[in-house]
Design a protein around this ligand. Structure first.
Ligand code: ZN
Length: 152
């Protein structure tokens, strides 16, 4: 599944020469030999844990992103929803971009479940999400409780 998306991203990148599309895109799932930091939740990836290492050349600059497995799962879940709603081609332009997961989990289209998973995972890895992200998770929890109370 990931492979076909990568292949499509590469093809589109070559065809359209879009600035946003990376060349030399690779996606590996190595086991951490030393501690790493997740580019999405900024939490710790401890030695021994399998993580996602995504490298590419964006606008002539080589970059490597490391994602913890939980953030990667959340990103894939959001990508699936985007694909369901807008079609596969939308994934290339509107899918979760690397390092920007927080913008997607806090989007109004994303349900609270994924936002809370993101926040809890960040805390469990020793990171503290920015205040407004935590606030949003709390506020929406309160709203949901109110709604549940009224409907039940
Ligand atoms: Zn993470």
């Amino acid at each position: 599944m990931g492979e076909s998306f990568n292949a499509e991203a590469r093809r589109r990148g070559e065809r359209n020469d879009m600035g946003e599309q990376p060349s030399c895109y690779t996606h590996a799932q190595p086991r951490a030999k030393k501690e790493h930091k997740c580019c999405e939740c900024h939490g710790m990836i401890p030695p021994g844990e399998t993580y996602h290492r995504i490298s590419g050349v964006w606008d002539g600059t080589a970059e490597t992103f490391k994602r913890c497995s939980v953030c990667h799962e959340i990103a894939e879940e959001i990508d699936k929803r985007i694909e369901r709603e807008y079609g596969r081609s939308a994934l290339i332009e509107d899918g979760v971009s690397l390092g920007n997961l927080v913008d997607f989990v806090t989007a109004k289209e994303t349900d609270l479940e994924l936002l809370r998973r993101y926040v809890n995972n960040a805390f469990s890895r020793g990171a503290v999400p920015r205040g407004w992200v935590i606030e949003k998770a709390k506020l929406e929890t309160a709203n949901n409780l109110l709604t549940d109370g009224q409907s039940g």
